[in-house]
Design a protein around this ligand. Sequence first.
Ligand SMILES: NC(=O)c1ccc[n+]([C@@H]2O[C@H](COP(=O)([O-])OP(=O)(O)OC[C@H]3O[C@@H](n4cnc5c(N)ncnc54)[C@H](OP(=O)(O)O)[C@@H]3O)[C@@H](O)[C@H]2O)c1
Length: 276
Amino acid sequence: MVSIYGKNGQWKDGSRVALVTGASGAIGKAIARGIAGTPGNEVVLLCRNEMKARQACQEIIQATGNGAVRYEVADVSRWSSIQGLAKRWHGPLHVLVNNAAVTPKRREETPEGIELQFATNVLGYFWMIQAFTDHLRRSAPARVVNVASQWAGDLDLNDLEFRRRRYTNGEAYRQSKQANRMLTVALAERLKPSGISVNACHPGNVNSPLSNNLGFGGSQTPDEGARTPVWLAVSPTGQKVTGKYFDRMQEVRCPFAEDRKAIAALYEACLRFSDA
Ligand SMILES: NC(=O)c1ccc[n+]([C@@H]2O[C@H](COP(=O)([O-])OP(=O)(O)OC[C@H]3O[C@@H](n4cnc5c(N)ncnc54)[C@H](OP(=O)(O)O)[C@@H]3O)[C@@H](O)[C@H]2O)c1
């Protein structure tokens, strides 16, 4: 069988393939557009709603003139849906951007009984990386960009799903964004030997369903909000550096990256959900 990979994991004509989750949303669509607008990139939009996916694809193709934009439909809050996507994926994957997230005002659960923000915002990122590690490894050098937030904190390792605490969407969100930053460190260490970098970033403050649910408007355009994630996805820095947190295209010290015991405990906790 003829290999579909060229030298150094390059795809066919040397272009690179990027997968962006939540790519029909405000920042996700701008990230996908930014990567598609950078020469040499194919982009796959991962959305849960096929109509929105098709519409976003058309918009991005029209805006960038890059015809190598397509979509996949999957629900990142569900392990089985991500597994299905990873199994039907063929060809390389050089860049995975984890961006899809939710902020429901009331506590909700997935059909598997996992609190929805934890399932989508935390496990969704974790499961995507797990499920696509082999694809990324075969395409290395490869990279993962985790869209986190500067609004993060109050993670409770004994109550990750708000079963004991009273649920507020702001608290559950802040916890999930702290977890994104902590898991970035854990996964960067594990994936470094495979030539896969993993970094996290704050995007920008953008008006979106997610931010509106939290009571915020947002002063930046989606393109401004996408600037740092796009830069991590396409620049040499996003490959060279790993396990770090960025804001405005600058590496920023992350206090959550320093608690090694908590990072290990969170990683173990996520592993226990890995066949939910
Ligand atoms: N907006 C801000 O000011 C801000 C600030 C800091 C960080 N962030 C981060 O930026 C990222 C994007 O946020 P945003 O403001 O662009 O939010 P958004 O416009 O609400 O977009 C969220 C996207 O995630 C998708 N999604 C949600 N659950 C999903 C699931 N189970 N499976 C697949 N896709 C799913 C949504 O799909 P549907 O379109 O079908 O709903 C939507 O496309 C998030 O990680 C957020 O934490 C945002």
